[in-house]
Design a protein around this ligand. Structure first.
Ligand code: GDD
Ligand code: MN
Length: 409
């Protein structure tokens, strides 16, 4: 066994539509990291421009380069997590593909991490650049409270960390949105040892930035999850906010129909409820459950299911309010209890039946790998793998070939 790790530093680069930037960033990394044993792992969300194919073509001739291509998935943080978990390197860097992050400071970041025995070193965007304004005192205090450590630029997407720190933290991370550093720091069980190195954020080389208005919403969701996520699922909070908007529409339309159009109460109520439910459905489809967003035929079926579930929810609401009223609750307490019961029903049922993830097609039993129970793996190979797996301290999944031959599968 070599005493030094085969790869010292892994650089994880999330990509979506970055085809032109791939060769550029690799060339720059080659210059900046001369003399280091490193690998570059691109995690691409099936970019329509063929970014993953470009990386694969380069990976075919350069063993330092790898690609993880994710299908039907989006999300910068989630993509990075998969890249970070796919490497054995003791030091892990995250950076963007668009050349905005200055790769020249990467060796300094790594050296500081090693010599000062830190958990994380952050590339901090310099304040005098044109494209970036410093956070105000209040915002900085808020971020420090969320991250529970001293940091000036927690929204930076450029940092290096020790793998032990990452592995200790990753199971508590939310994996929501694009602010991976906030997620990481806020999820740590202890105050991370952290320093920042400042650099000038460059202009994007090619293509466009992908993180738009949705990124702000996802950041809000991440903050909520970090602050109260252990008690309430963040999608419920979004569902309730959307429901609040629907309630506003419902009362608005109800009064409009009753007092302007002078319809009967029944007509006004049915029209207002239908409009509010439709509004809620489409907003939940694009925001709350965007990970399982329905399109085409499934959209129509989902809308019908949503109407049905919410109609039952309305009935539960009324029943609950009546029951509370009969027990002597004031009208507003009865109203709130009814609303809470109806909303919980709507949330539970629609997330389970309307926005369920597509059923897995491969649910039959997968045959065991063909080397199980055969002689193709040499005993000596197995013994050294076994010794290695035992040293790692986890339950050994690799058994000697002899034992495997006797195992009925
Ligand atoms: N795999 C994957 N999936 N990659 C993505 C996705 C996605 O859904 N969205 C964006 N990316 C990739 C981009 O291709 C790019 O390499 C990187 O993530 C950053 O995306 P940009 O679209 O360039 O974002 P930005 O410039 O607005 O923000 C970035 O820089 C900020 C400042 O450093 C992000 O890193 C922010 O987190 C960061 O705060
Ligand atoms: Mn960018």
């Amino acid at each position: 066994m070599p005493s030094q790790p085969a790869v010292e530093l892994a650089i994880i680069i999330p990509t979506f539509e970055e085809r032109e930037n791939i060769p550029l960033i690799l060339m720059r990394l080659t210059q900046a990291l001369a003399g280091l044993r490193y690998e570059v792992i691109f995690v691409d969300d099936d970019s329509p421009d063929g970014t993953a194919d470009v990386v694969r073509a380069i990976a075919g001739i350069d063993p330092k380069v790898r690609v993880i291509q994710r299908i039907n998935r989006r999300g910068l943080t989630a993509a990075c997590l998969e890249g970070l978990l796919s490497t054995a390197a003791p030091y892990l860097a995250v950076m963007d593909a668009d050349l905005q992050h200055d790769e020249a400071i990467l060796p300094d970041m790594l050296a500081l991490l090693q010599t000062a025995n830190l958990d994380v070193v952050v590339g901090q965007r310099a304040y005098n650049g044109s494209s970036f304004a410093p956070a105000s005192g209040l915002r900085r205090c808020f971020h420090r409270a969320v991250c529970r450590c001293r940091i000036d630029d927690p929204l930076s997407g450029y940092f290096v960390m020790r793998r032990e720190f990452f592995m200790e933290t990753v199971h508590r991370m939310s994996g929501i949105g694009s602010k991976i550093l906030v997620d990481l720091l806020a999820s740590s069980a202890y105050t991370p040892m952290l320093r920042e190195i400042s650099y000038h954020l460059r202009e994007r080389a090619h293509g466009e930035d992908k993180l738009g208005a949705l990124a702000a919403l996802e950041y809000f969701q991440l903050l909520v999850d970090k602050l109260v996520g252990n008690a309430i699922p963040p999608s419920f909070i979004l569902f309730a906010l959307v429901g609040g908007g629907g309630l506003g529409i419902y009362f608005g339309l109800l009064t409009f129909a009753l007092f302007r159009l002078r319809t009967s109460f029944d007509v006004a109520q049915i029209a207002a409820a239908a409009a509010a439910m439709t509004f809620n459905f489409f907003l939940n489809n694009t925001i709350t459950f965007r990970g399982a967003r329905l399109r085409g035929k499934r959209l129509a079926r989902g809308l019908a299911g949503f109407y049905a579930a919410c109609s039952i929810g309305m009935w539960i609401n009324l029943k609950m309010a009546h029951a509370a009223g009969a027990l002597g609750a004031a009208w507003y307490t009865a109203g709130v209890l009814g609303l809470a019961a109806g909303s919980l029903w709507n949330y539970g049922v629609t997330q389970m039946f309307v926005w369920r993830e597509g059923r897995k097609r491969l649910n039959r039993e997968v045959p065991p790998p063909n080397w199980l129970g055969t002689d193709t793996v040499e005993d000596s190979d197995c013994r050294s793998l076994l010794a290695l797996s035992q040293r790692v301290g986890t339950a050994a999944r690799v058994q000697p070939a002899k034992a495997l031959k006797n195992t009925e599968r």
